[in-house]
Design a protein around this ligand. Sequence first.
Ligand SMILES: Nc1ncnc2c1ncn2[C@@H]1O[C@H](COP(=O)(O)OP(=O)(O)OP(=O)(O)O)[C@@H](O)[C@H]1O
Length: 300
Amino acid sequence: MATEQLQIDAVDVHYGQFQAVKGASLTLARGELGCLLGASGCGKTSLLRAIAGFEPVSAGSVVLHQRQISSAQATTLPEHRQVGMVFQDFALFPHLSVRRNVGFGLTGLDRKAQAARVQELLELVEMGDFARAYPHELSGGQQQRVALARALAPAPELLLLDEPFSSLDTELREQLAGQVRRLLKQTGTTALMVTHDRREAFAMADRIAVMEQGHIVQYDTPLNLFRAPATPFVANAITRGALLPLEIVNRTDGRDHILYELALSADQRVPCRTGPDIDLAVGELLSVHIDLDNAVAFSP
Ligand SMILES: Nc1ncnc2c1ncn2[C@@H]1O[C@H](COP(=O)(O)OP(=O)(O)OP(=O)(O)O)[C@@H](O)[C@H]1O
């Protein structure tokens, strides 16, 4: 019995003779956040559009909440899929207030219930004070939060995000990616995001599908992609530096600090003191940045 919320099985997408997606398979459990990561032209958007129902699949199938919505034989219309979308350019209606933008897809609710749902979603994305504002009065990050509220308002079975942060500056991107992850987890939303930015993918996703020329070359947790990249292509897509795995082998909690013992290898242990907010478990693996300003070099 299928327990997955989203099941993509051996999907092909063609544009005429050209095959943009080749036998792509992945699954997402309910509430799980996935990401399609890869360079420009590798087929990420084509696969996302096929899941949304904007492109037909030429082979394979897409099953959402145990309902087949795409196969070579039949395609459910996008508006009947219970799939929400967030786009790169926010795509808010410029002539509608924030409140009406968010309420737009809420059909079948009476006015009072609709207003309550809109306010609930605006509070969730911390835009409760902006209900009467218009899109042009908001910053890019605020507009994207409204777009997210609008997509989440009808409680879709799946949320698709197409490069949702790419028109924002780098610092805001990572910050928003983290916020959006917390929000999607809080609402138990199942979501699949497209990005070419690995930092964004790592900030957001439980599982990442690395794509290369139409293929999903590896679909795994961020940690496993680091630990066991399937191919050199994946290793390169994930990190351009050397990998230095550290495992937490010991933890001692002080009153205002935590002392960790990190193992670099069986006989190399590194002590590390952090604030009480860095809460890590023994056995956890870390990736670290080396700050060369503080490095000490010894002559051989
Ligand atoms: N409507 C179309 N007609 C013909 N070819 C297309 C069409 N849309 C996309 N392609 C081609 O399919 C391939 C995959 O495109 P797709 O947009 O899925 O890639 P992507 O990984 O999302 O890239 P990007 O990050 O640049 O958006 C590319 O070679 C592209 O030129």
